[in-house]
Write a protein that binds this ligand. Sequence first.
Ligand code: PMP
Length: 360
Amino acid sequence: MSRVYNFSAGPAVLPEEVLRQAAEEMLDWHGCGMSVMEMSHRGKEFIGIAAQAEADLRELLGIPDNYRVLFLQGGATGQFAAVPMNLLRGRDSADYINTGSWSKKAIAEAKKYCKVNVAASSEDTSFTTIPPRDTWKLDPGAAYVHYTSNETIGGVEFQETPDVGDVPLACDMSSNFLSRPVDVSRYGVIYAGAQKNIGPAGVTVVIVREDLTGDPLPCTPTLFDYRIQAENDSMYNTPPCYAIYIAGLVFQHVKKLGGVEAVEKTNIEKARMLYDLIDSSEFYRSPVDPSCRSRMNVPFTLARPELDETFLKEAKENGLVQLKGHRSVGGMRASIYNAMPVEGVKALCDFMRDFERRHG
Ligand code: PMP
């Protein structure tokens, strides 16, 4: 068996240790004679698995008791609708910060349910920056302020939680969840699709302040009603059981590594290696302003775009895959999530140096 270094933006690389454990437990989970995939979600085994996953996530992020943790379906895209449905609570508008493709999608969906005030946008820089906080035109009457902490396609990342006063802060944390410590108490709701730092696609983590639940729009599907899902331990209907189980294994793995603080150190090291190489080269270029470069998704271009295909082909021959940039921006993108080992980034840097020497 030979594993490649997989730089996919998601679904993405998972810790090998987690995959091995899942393989070992595939046919017979802890002596119960069946796979987690085959268990009733109402049985004590699965209820235990889900409760442990929640407890471990609470510990990892220090989630306060007045926040509910939900494991839902529908992806982050589902939450683009669920957030306004649950958080409007009688108000008719929300503030959104537009920092790229995923913010735009969140905005378009929210417009179906309320007035959207785009309080700040970096579209004028082609989304290579984050609008400085003191330029945001926030509405004190807004139901909430929404932002995307890491733009997976453009590769811009907020380096800190923005201060928005008393208006609840809603965050799409899909692509940098668990990559750095976060003060959950500063948020109204945090949500993240799993398929980057959490586990397989199919489960969406939602962390919501309890007092913001219970007053959804009448049209809200029961499945997206935060209060109902919280009261039912995310099991109003059949949850994505296997994805929750793998997410639980990932949480235990992150705990073993020393928690999100330890993971953050490694993420800083990996990102620094790659950006240093790009910045010190005449051949590679990062389009993103250094102040807001993502530690998770690193887009870069080659000085001669006609070499893109050769770059991808040779990278693949060297066991480095999924480096093609998103079709909307072109170039390359290396996604270096938590589970990408330091050795993987080193191998990419070595390959890039060698490629430049031969083709630059
Ligand atoms: N937001 C961000 C930041 C994302 O990266 C993605 C997926 N790549 C989404 C939302 C959409 O997530 P999903 O496919 O789980 O609906």
